[in-house]
Design a binder for this molecule. Structure first.
Ligand code: HEC
Ligand code: HEC
Length: 204
């Protein structure tokens, strides 16, 4: 018997086998169609966004910056959520970052806002120098420099990368309870300049 004949017999056996095992309640057989709706989790028409398809609406805070409304931190030193309206402030671009205008130390306090903390004026990026072709930044701790800067670090420029506005959509209830290490942990960062460097053997 040629290889082709053996192949054909095997294929036929497989086909018959499959058919015999087929679930009688399923829609298999000639002319049966699988609807697009039955394939996904969404069971409504894929080509229109009717009300039965739409999820629950998400509502972002409309309270204006300065209204005093704040949100508890998720855990000690978690990036605080943005409690105020960000209408007109996003997206942050190189020429338009209104966040820094209000949150820069020196201005923030007078507006009733917290200034961005020390950590945001620190460069944590490794000083990468290629020594005989090898990148020193990952291998040698002593070559990593953490530097205090006098202004906002470029790595912190895009605030909404870490700070997000909170919405009050009917999400599943969160039962996580933060164990703050400081009494004011729900509203204040503990990080200070010195603490950031504690125990880290780097070039200062
Ligand atoms: C007009 C001034 C102003 C602008 C612009 C502004 N903020 Fe604020 N922000 C405030 C004030 C004031 C508060 C304190 C809460 C309040 O009174 O609304 C605050 C609170 C916050 C907090 C919460 C801090 C805490 O203590 O919990 C975060 C995070 C924040 N802002 C981030 C941002 C980001 C990110 C942007 C840019 C998208 C921004 N803010 C733009 C004034 C401003
Ligand atoms: C890479 C993530 C990241 C980016 C980008 C970032 N933040 Fe933060 N931010 C944090 C974290 C984490 C904390 C809390 C821990 C700390 O103090 O560093 C924080 C804390 C804060 C606080 C509270 C300070 C306090 O004393 O409690 C303010 C206000 C704030 N950030 C504003 C800003 C603003 C404005 C920008 C943009 C200019 C920004 N952040 C960019 C991560 C970030």
């Amino acid at each position: 018997m040629s290889k082709i004949t053996i192949g054909l017999i095997a294929a036929t056996l497989l086909f018959v086998g499959c058919n015999n095992n087929a679930n009688p309640s399923s829609n298999s057989g000639v002319g049966a169609t699988v609807t697009e709706e039955s394939l996904g989790l969404r069971k409504t028409d894929l080509y229109s966004e009717k009300s039965e398809t739409q999820g629950d609406a998400t509502h972002y805070s409309k309270s204006a910056a300065g209204s005093g409304y704040k949100i508890k931190r998720a855990f000690q030193d978690a990036p605080p959520m943005i409690p105020h309206d960000v209408e007109g402030m996003l997206p942050i671009t190189i020429n338009n970052n209104q966040c820094t205008g209000c949150h820069v130390p020196g201005v923030a306090e007078s507006l009733g806002a917290l200034p961005f903390p020390k950590s945001h004026m620190t460069n944590f990026r490794p000083k990468s120098i290629a020594i005989s072709g090898a990148n020193t930044s990952s291998a040698n701790l002593k070559d990593i420099s953490i530097k205090e800067l006098s202004s906002l670090s470029g790595a912190r420029f895009n605030c909404t990368q870490c700070h997000a506005p909170q919405s009050d959509s009917p999400a599943p209830k969160n039962t996580f309870e933060a164990a703050y290490v400081r009494e004011d942990g729900a509203s204040k960062s503990t990080w200070s300049g010195a603490k950031l460097m504690e125990g880290i053997d780097t070039i200062k």
